[in-house]
Design a protein around this ligand. Sequence first.
Ligand code: FES
Length: 71
Amino acid sequence: MYVCLCNGFTCRDVRRSIEEGAGTVGQVYKAQGAKPNCGRCRETISDILTEGRTSSESLPMDAPAFPIAAE
Ligand code: FES
């Protein structure tokens, strides 16, 4: 899905930028070689950044991919 229509980048592009180290909305724009124009995408980019933080912080790195049944 397109996140930024002014610059033509998608949520996949945003996630890739985050994986490559972007930690702020401004850094995502920079990683995309873009500059904010109308600014409507800022909130969506911020939401994707937050989603990435909460999903990576909610589980420890060694957490099993699947729940283990209690014996
Ligand atoms: S939609 Fe991203 S700057 Fe306009």
